[in-house]
Design a protein around this ligand. Structure first.
Ligand SMILES: C[C@H](N)CC(=O)CC(=O)O
Ligand SMILES: [Zn+2]
Length: 306
């Protein structure tokens, strides 16, 4: 249908810093409010219609306090009309009440919502990174061996109840097909309204892999469950990022990049900024003869409150 993808418009989301990577992994990972603001505005300038935001403490530890977000949100909103998307995933080590607080406070157009519980395997990164500036970084990775990213049906309901009344819509993070079925369950109960912005996550240990058959499997399942009622987007973790984004763009999908999901600009080359990744995926998308969506076109496509 026409608004399903306005004339081939591709929505680029940029996930600026996240809560997975740590400062010792890349000097380019934004940590301070000024760094998060500068990288967000440059990413928007480069073509990102949506900015997916997390906050961090000075030493890089994930910070899910509303104050942590208040330190950069106003200046980002002053500097760009890009859609602000506030995480309710926070860090997998946090409670759902902690995780939902910033979105409840700032009532953004968009907030992430993780659609199922899962193992969240970060510890294999210990094979690559040995020296850390801060002790919490090693604990953050090692602790993931016994970490369950909890998103029970009650947790999901809690975030829905906390945010829906504010006109906030969701980036439904689906790390596996079961998460698509969980979303269908909430749709059947009328607790979520179409169009559903489905952000399918590939290549994160504990979720579905990053093989091109996995991408097709998630798309086929979403097509069957939601038909025209969803807007598909993908993110590939780490080295999968650009290959999976390119595959999805050829299949009519939208794309997410950013240092939250991958620190790389290419094989063995650290991305010097989020804008580097936005420019790279934009060139690929436009190279495919597709246009990127402006923030207002993204609002239209996703049915956001604006
Ligand atoms: C794999 C990504 N870290 C998924 C994510 O962005 C979760 C969230 O913030 O709610
Ligand atoms: Zn996130």
């Amino acid at each position: 249908s026409k608004d399903k993808r306005q004339a081939g418009k591709v929505i680029i989301t940029c996930a600026v810093t996240g809560a997975i990577h740590t400062p010792s992994m890349s000097p380019h990972l934004p940590v301070t409010p000024d760094e998060i603001i500068a990288d967000s505005l440059a990413a928007a300038e480069a073509g990102a219609a949506i900015l997916h935001l997390h906050a961090r403490h000075g030493d890089g530890r994930p910070d899910q306090s509303p104050e942590g977000f208040a330190a950069f949100l106003p200046r980002i909103k002053q500097g760009t009309d890009a859609v602000v998307n506030i995480t309710t995933g926070g860090s997998p080590y946090m409670t759902v009440a902690e995780r939902a607080a910033p979105a409840a406070r700032f009532q953004p157009e968009l907030a992430s919502l993780n659609m199922g519980s899962m193992n969240f395997g970060l510890y294999p990164m210990l094979n690559r990174y040995r020296d850390f500036q801060h002790d919490w970084e090693r604990e953050h990775l090692e602790g993931s061996r016994d970490l369950v990213f909890r998103n029970s049906f009650a947790d999901i309901e809690y975030v829905l109840e906390t945010c829906y009344g504010n006109g906030t819509r969701f980036e439904f993070e689906c790390y596996d097909t079961s998460h698509l079925y969980n979303l269908a369950h909430f749709a059947d109960r009328g607790l979520v309204k179409a169009p559903f912005f489905v952000q399918s996550v590939f290549g994160l240990l504990g979720g579905i892999g990053g093989h091109h058959e996995d991408v097709l499997h998630m798309k086929r399942t979403a097509d069957r469950l939601f038909g025209d009622d969803y807007r598909w987007s993908v993110l590939g973790a780490g080295a999968n990022q650009f290959r999976i984004a390119t595959q999805a763009a050829t299949l009519g999908g939208n794309v997410r990049v950013g240092l939250e999901d991958s620190l790389w600009a290419g094989r063995g080359e650290l991305a010097k900024s989020n804008a580097v990744q936005v420019r790279k995926i934009r060139a690929i998308v436009e190279g495919l003869g597709l246009d990127i969506a402006t923030p207002d076109e993204a609002r239209e496509i996703l049915g956001l409150k604006g």
